[in-house]
Design a protein around this ligand. Sequence first.
Ligand SMILES: Cc1cc2nc3c(=O)[nH]c(=O)nc-3n(C[C@H](O)[C@H](O)[C@H](O)COP(=O)(O)OP(=O)(O)OC[C@H]3O[C@@H](n4cnc5c(N)ncnc54)[C@H](O)[C@@H]3O)c2cc1C
Length: 383
Amino acid sequence: MDFNLTEEQKMFVETVYRYGRDEVQPLCEEADLEGEFNFTIWKKMGNMGLLGLPLPEKFGGSGANIVTCCLAGETLGHAGVDGGHLLAWGAHTYLCASNIMNFGTEEQKEKYLPKLATGEWIGCMGLTEPSAGSDAASMRTTAIKDGEEYILNGSKTFITNAPVSQVMVIFATVDRSKKHEGITAFIVEKGTPGVSTGKPFHKMGCRASSTSEIFLEDCRVPAENVLGGEGKGWRIALSGVEWDRSTLMSPFVGGARYSLDLCAKYANERIQFGRPIREFQAIQRRIADARVFLEAARLVVYRVAWAKDQGKMLNPLEAAVGKVYVGDVGFEVASQAVQIFGGYGFMHEYPVERNFRDAKLAPIGGGTSDIMRMIVSRIMMTS
Ligand SMILES: Cc1cc2nc3c(=O)[nH]c(=O)nc-3n(C[C@H](O)[C@H](O)[C@H](O)COP(=O)(O)OP(=O)(O)OC[C@H]3O[C@@H](n4cnc5c(N)ncnc54)[C@H](O)[C@@H]3O)c2cc1C
């Protein structure tokens, strides 16, 4: 196994880190406190070519492989970019644009990808429903074929970017009795009569991402907007989940690195009992453990990314192990960072506080840690 980055990847990491730290990070604290999506930050990410990173160059993307996408996520998190904008980036790039890239027709790709690649259009993916979260396949949103159109009815919730997006990948069932085989993905454009979004939710973390419900009321979508074929939606949803367990976890690794860097600096500066707190074993132990867990989490993320780049089908067990581990480590490191900062870590002014709130999403979004553990144990006990 070769753990080295190519020269090109090293340069990419340096450039993204500098850009994230100097251009984006200074705007993040305010965006988080206001709890609002920041279009200036979005534009800056677009200018860096990050919004279309995995998309083919002919559609305006950068054609990056998955390891490079993970490097971007980790590096932005490490540079101090807030979880909200990283979540918005992930949902746009990997849950919307990548699904169109992987499952779309040529016409769909030509129509949507160039504008998604620059960020001029923002994308989202609506799978979760008020009564279908972990059990997403029990969705109630229906799609009834009517001539050359489908009529969509139902609602989605917790959808990242919904209030700011122009392009939505929406899952609905054409026949509930068919269960997974009835689920179909549609590209729904904002402005289509019958589609609307709710007011952005007030969230604990990732606050600068804009999250809301999506309502579909007799929303007529042309049949040409079916993504990947009727009844093929579950495969697309699972593919999104696979992105979730690799690329979308990389910002949490980066966020943990950022927190840890801040801790090491703080432990040198903070004096108690006449000594820098770095001299206390309790602090040393916390920092060392966090570093150990972080190293393992990085390996897990890049192993999943590498396997996807090789075109290897991942064992669902390995992907679930990755998701649960990175989710738990991301949150644990963020929590220990707050502890090291003491009372200051509890204050908004200190980025470890924001990181702690943002990191709580990792064991929830894209499949909770409980569901990941259920997958792991089920596979282990049936194989
Ligand atoms: C900030 C944010 C952004 C999101 N963005 C998106 C998005 O862009 N698109 C999208 O489609 N969705 C999105 N989601 C939804 C997210 O994927 C779901 O919240 C998640 O899958 C869990 O579903 P739920 O919230 O309905 O929880 P539930 O499924 O109701 O779970 C509640 C609790 O029960 C546990 N539980 C449920 N079933 C089992 C079981 N069988 N065994 C053991 N424990 C179980 C869960 O682990 C959890 O602790 C987002 C959520 C958040 C918070």
